[in-house]
Each structure stands twice: as C-alpha cells, then as structure tokens.
Design a protein. Structure first.
Length: 282
C-alpha cells in the first residue's frame, strides 16, 4: 500500500492545479445591473433592465433605486423667456398668444379670410385645390364647425407667399424653417426632445387616445389635409403646419403632429396640398 502513496499525492496535486486555474463566470459588462467585477468569463447572464430608470434627481420621475439612466426622465417645462402679448386680433377674430421659449406663437390655427393688407384670400373647394397655382384656403369637408375648431386649410402657395403682406397679421409671419428649428432646439433643452409632439398637442380631440399634455398651451390640433386627389383626409389624426420655407424643387416645408406619435415630424409637401397654419411673432 505504501507504493500507492506517490500516485495519490500526484492526483491531489493535479486537482489543486486545475482548481487554481478555473476561471470565474458571471456578467463582465460594467454597464449591466448585475456586473461581477471578479468574473473573468461572461456567461450571458447580464441584466440591463431591472436597474434602469431616471437617474436625474431634478426630474419628475427620478428613481433613486436606478443605477442606469434609460432616457425616460420627464421635466417641468423650462420657464418661457418671451414676453408676449395676451392676444392678437385679425380679420375680426381674436387669437390667444403663448410663449414657447423665446418665441411668441398663436395658440390657435389660422382662420383668416384675408391677407395682411385686407385683400381676400380665395376660398376654394377641396376638390379644386389640386388645380390651383395661387394662394387659397378651404374648409375641411366644407364644415364651418371644423373650421371653428381647426381653422382653415391653406395651400402651400399661400403659406410661403409674401403676396399682400402674407397671410399673418402685421408683426407676425408664417414660421420659417429657422423658426421651427429654434422651437425644436428649445424643446430639446427643456427635456422634451423625444416628446415634442406630446407637449404641443392639445389634451383632447385627437383620435385613438392620441392627445397630448399641451405643456405650453400651444394647443396643437389634428386639422387634417386637403389632399392632391381632391379629397379631405385625416381629421383628428394628423395636424400638419406649414413652414414659409420652400425646398429647392419648389415643395414647401412643414411640421406634422399625429395621434400615433409623441414626436413632431419634419417634411415637405407639394404646394397644392391644404394644411394648417400658425403665426409667429416677427
């Protein structure tokens, strides 16, 4: 039996060596909730969800237990800096005015029947809109009740034209791309970069429970479109707002709010399409 002792000692030594070489498994990603600093081999167990949340103590939904920020932080509106008049009267209608950052905006869609100098803006049927090459307005489905809520739809020619002083009152204009971008920049800084549409949409009337929080009183509505096929579509589903800026091909820039999105989209439309208009202070 004494002759077996060297063999037993050798086996014990081999086991000790292998045991010393074993590599600890676990989560090796420092960003994970269950990161294991002692782990050498990643075993696929990393968890990136259970510790995620808002980590900014200044946010409304701050989560003190969260160790990884997931971009969900919500903030109170940044105090507006613009000193705006309370309202503006134009074409026998009084528009409320709100401040969004350094800008003063109409808080309702435009419903004027005249240009700035008092000349009439031609009213056309939706069916005739595709054939026009001059500024015009139309009522969605010829409905006065829709106009009372959403304003008129104007073609892109009217929105981008300075004819007769434009379609906004003196001291105001249809927002340019620079104006829209200034608003967007402000909303990003205010913490609403992923929810611009939500904070601009009114709190009721949008289809499919798509209303917003209307944090600034901008009162964005879904005024729909007068489409190039001569029909009206998307009332309370989409609200497209013209820019006064035209693209290189003559199309007109715009911003769109929708019931199915918390964002505000940028795009271009043919100038014969009918969309809503907001005025912004010079």
């Amino acid at each position: 039996m004494k002759q077996l002792q060297p063999l037993a000692f050798g086996l014990t030594l081999v086991l000790l060596v292998f045991s010393g070489c074993a590599k600890q498994e676990g989560c090796t990603y420092p960003e994970a909730c269950n990161y294991d600093a002692d782990a050498v081999v990643d075993n696929g167990s990393c968890d990136f969800a259970t510790c995620a949340g808002c980590t900014d103590a200044d946010a409304l939904n701050y989560d003190p237990s969260a160790t990884m920020d997931d971009g969900s932080c919500v903030y109170d509106p940044v105090p507006s800096t613009a000193e705006c008049v309370n309202s503006v009267e134009f074409d026998s209608y009084t528009y409320p005015v709100v401040a969004v950052g350094p800008q003063c905006w109409f808080a309702e869609n435009l419903r004027t029947t005249v240009f700035q100098n008092g000349s009439p803006i031609a009213e056309e049927t939706v069916a005739n809109f595709p054939n026009l090459d001059s500024p015009a307005r139309t009522a969605y489905s010829s409905s006065s009740s829709v106009t009372n809520t959403h304003g008129f739809l104007y073609n892109g020619i009217a929105a981008s034209s300075s004819l007769n002083g434009g379609i906004c009152p003196t001291g105001w204009h249809v927002p340019t791309e620079l104006d829209w971008m200034e608003m967007e920049s402000y909303l990003v800084v205010a913490g609403h970069g992923k929810r611009m549409g939500e904070v601009l949409k009114k709190t009721s009337s949008w289809a499919q429970s798509g209303s917003g929080t209307d944090l600034y009183g901008w009162n964005g509505t879904g005024g729909g479109h007068a489409w190039p096929d001569g029909s009206a579509y998307s009332l309370n589903w989409y609200g497209t707002y013209w820019s006064a800026t035209t693209a290189n091909n003559g199309d007109v820039m715009h911003r769109t709010l929708s019931s199915g999105s918390d964002q505000m989209q940028r795009g271009v439309y043919w100038d014969v399409i009918g969309s809503s208009v907001r005025c912004i202070a010079d």
